[in-house]
Ligand binder design. Sequence first.
Ligand code: NAD
Length: 517
Amino acid sequence: MGLPAYKNEPYLDWSDEKNVEAMRGALKKVGDDLGREYPLIVGGERVETDGEIPSVNPANPSQVVGHVGRATEREADMALETATSAFESWSRTEPEARARILLRAAATMQRRKLEMLAWEVYESGKPWAEADAQVAEAIDFLEYYAREMLRLKDGKDVYSVAGEENEYFYQPMGVGVVIAPWNFPTAILTGMSSAAIVTGNTVVLKPSEHTSVTGAKVTAILEEAGLPEGVLNFLPGYGSEIGDYLVSDARTRFISFTGSMKTGLRINELAAKQQEGQRWIKRVIVETGGKDALVVDDSADLDAAAEDLVKSAYGYAGQKCSAASRAILHQDIYDEVLQKVVEKTRALNVGVPNNPEVFMGPVQNEPQFEKVANYIEVGDEEAERVLGENPGDGGQGYFVKPTIYSEVDSEARIAREEIFGPVLSVLKARDFDEALKIANDTPYGLTGGVYSRNRDHLEQARTEFKAGNVYFNRGITGALVGVQPFGGYGLSGTDSKAGGPDYLPLHMLPRTVVERF
Ligand code: NAD
């Protein structure tokens, strides 16, 4: 297939008034379309359910973004059955044809970009630039995985011995259950689903109960791109109601999950148990959370370090799995960097994301708001709060002010547990060795970073920093598809790398075929 070389989707320039006007138009258009119903889609059919999941705007919880179907085990069973029968023909569809559907979906998403951004603003409370980065990432996943499938479609070279042909190639696996989180409801959901589909599998897609309208929009785009009925089944529902059923069922061949460590471990455990009639060991691809640290040593450019620390900690209100939630500062520059971080954080524009100047909006949902508020109570007992306010009751929007704790002990809960909100714990280290030791003293291992001009320190961190994605002298969020393959180890995941060259093979069965002549 003659395709242009892969490149990342560019971000919109919000200093261009034309873009701002166009975005205002999209917000108005989508605003007029709020409150609609989004049923399940199984085998191309719209399926009504008895219950529903209301999706609300986190910046204004009385505004309903949409009413989404609420699947029970009954519909989950239908979806698994449908995906099982659709696998027969989809798995035989040529890889090129599968890849073309992703490319077409990417083109549609590009054409509808502002509309997708507007849904993100309403359903996720994302500031414009964050929504833009997310939709760009979703487009990147589609473009990248299409090309990856073309690269892998004939397998990989192996050596041969005389008189024989030795072949090594990949085949589709079966039905994949894709379970998505709410924090990147376009990008991660698109990435996980499209990887499973382009490799010839069929999918039961369970979006997060907090962002299912966005999931419905992505599903519609893939449908319009020509995906045959039954290949992608949209099954919104509560994890607590249908999660175990989907994961345990004997028809499920693999599970692709992104979300919390607790849920990920449960899925891993349930999937390991063989069910009656199950003829395979289920494969589990799990991406979970992090307690990501940025280390600043005494040789660093302190202004740049503070700037990137603030962006990494508070972008999308700290609700990125890659967000900096620990700053580990060398004792000699501790006070100076802390002061710079406090100043820069105080200057952040926090509010309803209805214009491009807003840097940080609300946290995404009520349980999330309560969880972060609880951690602020914990933090007040454990350390010194140098910035932040007590959150209100959330009734006017789930807003939490950027919060900073200083003098945080490495044993404190706010230094060890994933808060997933705009709360930064600042720790002090005697020297670089101790800083790295503190950074690594966590069961997670997702992202991390070092700000330093000391070559030895950077080389030491290159091998010793225990995180899947390590960044030097820059922020630690915003991994680019195809450029910075993303994923953690330890309890942060099953060592997979989304947006990287090893990702698609996780969704396929490698086969060796030998013919003696
Ligand atoms: P979550 O675990 O609460 O939910 C994730 C998904 O799992 C949702 O769709 C939910 O409905 C479903 N679920 C819940 N219980 C289930 C069960 N028993 N069986 C099957 N599915 C079930 O996580 P969340 O709050 O949506 O997402 C936030 C978490 O995701 C954070 O910990 C964050 O760090 C992590 N995350 C990780 C990455 C990564 O790439 N490593 C990316 C984004 C988010």
